[in-house]
Write a protein that binds this ligand. Sequence first.
Ligand code: SAM
Length: 255
Amino acid sequence: LRANVPNSMRGRALHVGGALWRAFADLATVVRTGHPMPSLATGSTGFEEMQRDPARLHAFQLSMAESSRRAAADVIAAYDFGRFAHVMDVGGGYGALLAAILEAFPKLQGTVLDLPYLSAGAGEYLANSGSAKRARFVSGDFFRAVPVGADCYLLKFIIHDWDDERSLQILNNCRIAAGANGVVAIVERIVPDHVIQSNAHCEVIRGDLTMMAYGGTERTEAQYRELLAKAGLRLSAIAHTTGVFSIIEARAERS
Ligand SMILES: C[S@@+](CC[C@H](N)C(=O)[O-])C[C@H]1O[C@@H](n2cnc3c(N)ncnc32)[C@H](O)[C@@H]1O
């Protein structure tokens, strides 16, 4: 790759031209068998696989950081993070979205929660961001627990990675951590009820095919509403960005 291409774009090229390309090559087998691509080969999830391959993990995380960096301005314009004191980016990867939000809101504190394998990479990314003093990384497993202490639990490109059963475990843990007054803010591409021929809809459907290959799924607004209700959460607002992402805000159901 050319020397003047930023690292995050190199990561994106390596991820798209490597693992993602192979996933699409196996799409027909995924459809025939109903099993996602990584488990077809090894029986383990894509994230477990990446743990064993640091170069692939780094390319994937740089690719995610590039996607988050590009989406950040739209997300920040559509949703007011300034009303919170502490945002926790759950499964935040290297923390690119959180770093951009912290730069936009100078009083905000932030935490990236992700698996221990990202401690060094995320630590370095955050240390080089403009908001290093207000950002930290904590390692943990969102299927087991999500730490308390934030008033906004941000989930970008997390729920679409998992089926309903696994998604409910993550959402339940976020609801417990957020308590009665916190919010859960899901940043995803919502599948439209009626798909038309447009670039935006094409991107959502391409995303859905990708997630199908990996064992996840994109969802409609009704599907998010139903999933949140099962996790004891109420969909309180949806902010649509001018790009493909929406922010689905949820709060604990009042008992
Ligand atoms: C598709 S990436 C999204 C990264 C980031 N939110 C973004 O959009 O740029 C999913 C993230 O979930 C993390 N993850 C997967 N399983 C996890 C677990 N059990 N606990 C915490 N994080 C996990 C992965 O390491 C990865 O960083």
